[in-house]
Design a protein around this ligand. Structure first.
Ligand SMILES: Nc1ncnc2c1ncn2[C@@H]1O[C@H](COP(=O)(O)OP(=O)(O)O)[C@@H](O)[C@H]1O
Ligand SMILES: [Mg+2]
Length: 405
């Protein structure tokens, strides 16, 4: 395999370990500075330049995109994707995981347990939001912090309100999150590679500190994770679009609570704590997968007119409930079922004999016409745009203020 490692720091431990692991396995490998790429959209096909010269052909790329270069870094990764170069972490995956709110929003629709979280912008809503997550003490977080910077434990509602007001005044968004007391000062990190957790560690904060980040003086030790924790870690990484990820979880009363999913997990702490060759596991996985670059299915399949990808929900009272896929009439409508989501389980390529249940969600590819008749009303195509009325703006009797501030 010819492998590129995207990194800004050749000398960083993680970069060096990935490079060495690749060399040890007989691969060709280059560490390329993310900011020295040029994205070339001038020709017939998407292309990349490096240090002003056309880039040679690579089989795979391992992106290590730091928070300070997210925009350009993910643009480079996306360009590799367009060129069919395999990457374990897609540009979308990296972007999704970077912002703590966006990550939580995406995970929340897949039944991944997380600490209760709220975001508000107006001071009048702050108190309600604090109560919503369970009241003080609460954790406040800047959206894009790392290494524990921008994570604060506010002991009282008053202090929380004052901090939030200050941050809003400086135009910073802040997440309000339940303080998971039972996991105070400790969390676990699971390193996901492909479909499994290859290494995991517990981090403990120093003294009075509640943040267990290594950069805040936290100590690490190897831990044998409960299968429930492993499953949640792998699912979270996959939902985000990441095949290499560090998933941070608090140890809640009822099991794992996912805090964040890191797309460029540091390797030093986890390799030291576990004595496992995590870099080697990443390189082996990438080598194994490099023949199958991730393709943006929706983008590719939308190209044939009249066909596309859609999610069909099997609602209560739907005639699909209790029928098999063969009996559903989908195949006759030229619609293929790609995956079936039931609760937290996903069945790829469900067979024709699979019986549908209320609440199932079917990811389908097929004729728009056929699928439209099965998609719940709110996502149907909007009605035709009407003509502008003679009086485009007028008072509605009894409604003094249109915009309630
Ligand atoms: N809701 C919470 N309850 C208890 N401890 C928390 C909570 N959120 C974060 N922490 C602690 O703070 C640390 C940093 O938070 P995290 O969201 O991971 O931010 P960062 O991206 O800066 O690492 C965590 O590792 C954990 O120890
Ligand atoms: Mg963290």
């Amino acid at each position: 395999m010819k492998l590129a490692i995207l990194s800004r720091s050749l000398r960083a431990y993680s970069t060096q370990r990935l490079r060495t692991a690749a060399i040890d396995r007989g691969h060709q490998v280059k560490v390329l500075d993310t900011l020295r790429f040029g994205i070339d959209l001038t020709g017939d096909e998407p292309d990349l330049h490096f240090r002003g010269r056309p880039l040679s052909v690579y089989d795979a790329v391992i992106p290590r995109v730091g928070a300070s270069v997210t925009y350009f870094g993910t643009a480079v990764v996306r360009q590799f994707e367009q060129m069919d170069v395999y990457t374990p972490n897609t540009a979308n995956g990296i972007m999704n995981s970077r912002d703590k709110l966006r990550a939580s929003q995406i995970l929340s629709r897949h039944n991944i347990a997380m600490p209760a979280t709220a975001l508000v912008r107006n001071r009048d809503e702050v108190r309600g939001a604090i109560e919503l997550v369970g009241g003080a003490p609460v954790v406040l977080k800047l959206l894009e912090g790392t290494q524990g910077i921008g994570v604060i434990l506010a002991p009282t509602t008053k202090v929380a309100e004052a901090i939030i007001e200050t941050l809003h005044g400086a135009n910073q968004q802040v997440l309000i999150q339940r303080f998971v007391q039972e996991s105070r000062g400790r969390d676990v990190r699971a390193l996901v590679v492909g479909d499994r957790v290859v290494a995991s560690m517990r981090r403990r904060a120093q003294g009075e500190e509640f943040r267990s980040n290594v950069h805040r003086g936290g100590t690490v030790e190897k831990v044998d994770l409960d299968p429930a924790y492993e499953e949640v870690a792998v699912r979270s990484a996959h939902i985000m679009g990441l095949r290499v990820a560090g998933v941070d979880m608090l140890e809640g009363e009822h099991g794992p609570l996912v805090m964040e999913v890191n797309s460029s997990p540091g390797l030093r702490g986890i390799e030291a704590a576990t004595k496992l060759d995590v870099a080697g596991a990443i390189v082996d996985y990438v080598a194994d997968q490099s023949g199958f670059p991730d393709i943006d299915v929706r983008q590719r399949l939308a190209v044939s007119t009249g066909y596309g990808v859609a999610e069909i929900a099997v609602l209560a009272g739907s005639e699909l409930v209790g029928r098999t896929i063969a009996e559903s009439g989908l195949l006759e409508m030229d619609v293929q079922v790609l995956t079936l989501h039931r609760g937290t389980r996903v069945t790829p390529n469900p067979g024709p004999g699979k019986v549908l249940e209320e609440g199932d969600r079917l990811l389908c590819f097929g004729r728009h016409e056929g699928m439209r008749s099965l998609i719940p009303a709110r996502s149907r195509r909007p009605k035709r745009v009407r003509r502008l009325p003679k009086q485009p703006i007028h008072d509605v009797p009894g409604q003094a203020e249109a915009l309630v501030r």
